[in-house]
Design a protein around this ligand. Structure first.
Ligand SMILES: [Fe+2]
Length: 211
């Protein structure tokens, strides 16, 4: 059962659905060249080596994440599997014509569960800014309710049975070339200019149709 209507299936390095310079000036081509072309590539390459010849090699990337998390006692493949999944989900969470604001049912649920769209934005940015060290900020849905959460290192909401709708990478490699140590500025730009609300709305519809 797919959690998101996106091709997070095989363990492969798929390019973002836009050119590496398409997010400029908000996220530079240089950042994408390093972040997708080197960091993400390493996670995928290392995971392939780790699972080669094991029973994990026949599973989808999402299944590998869940199995290797091993109920909180992660096996060796978990960090690379989580990072491979998280990065693909991150690229697909952004768009060159992103930002603006959500609409329709998604906007209605954000207002219902956070009080207002602005309060959701504040909570999401706060989750990213306060994640100590490396990690991720997420919008998820569980039991029909939208929730903001953050996670360290390679952890993602899938391992807790939650459905991710949106993610911001807050590892330093995501923003240091463009924003240096100014993580809050990066998160503000992510929300104002980069979020693909179209992708989030499609993930929401998929999650609601499965529940
Ligand atoms: Fe990253």
């Amino acid at each position: 059962m797919a959690t998101v209507p996106l091709p997070l299936t095989t363990v492969d390095l798929r390019p973002p659905p836009y050119a590496l310079d398409a997010l400029e000036p908000h996220m530079s081509k240089q950042t994408l060249e390093y972040h997708w072309g080197k960091h993400h590539r390493s996670y995928v390459d290392n995971l392939k080596k780790q699972i080669e010849g094991t029973e994990l090699a026949t599973k989808s990337l999402e299944e590998i994440v869940k199995v290797s998390y091993n109920n909180g006692q992660p096996t060796a493949a978990f960090n690379n599997a989580g990072q491979a999944w998280n990065h693909e989900f991150f690229w697909l969470s952004m768009s060159p014509d992103g930002g603006k604001a959500p609409e329709g049912e998604l906007l209605g649920l954000l207002k219902r569960d956070f009080g207002s769209y602005d309060q959701f934005v504040t909570q999401f940015k706060q989750a990213g800014a306060t994640q100590f060290g490396s990690g991720w900020a997420w919008l998820t849905i569980q039991d029909g309710k939208l929730t903001v959460q953050n996670s360290p290192n390679a952890i993602n909401p899938l391992v807790f049975g939650h459905t991710p709708l949106l993610v911001a990478d807050v590892w330093e490699h995501a923003y240091y070339l463009d924003y240096q140590n100014r993580r809050p500025d990066y998160l503000t730009t992510f929300m104002n200019e980069l979020v693909s609300w179209d992708a989030v709305a499609k993930r929401l519809q998929a999650a609601l149709s499965e529940s």
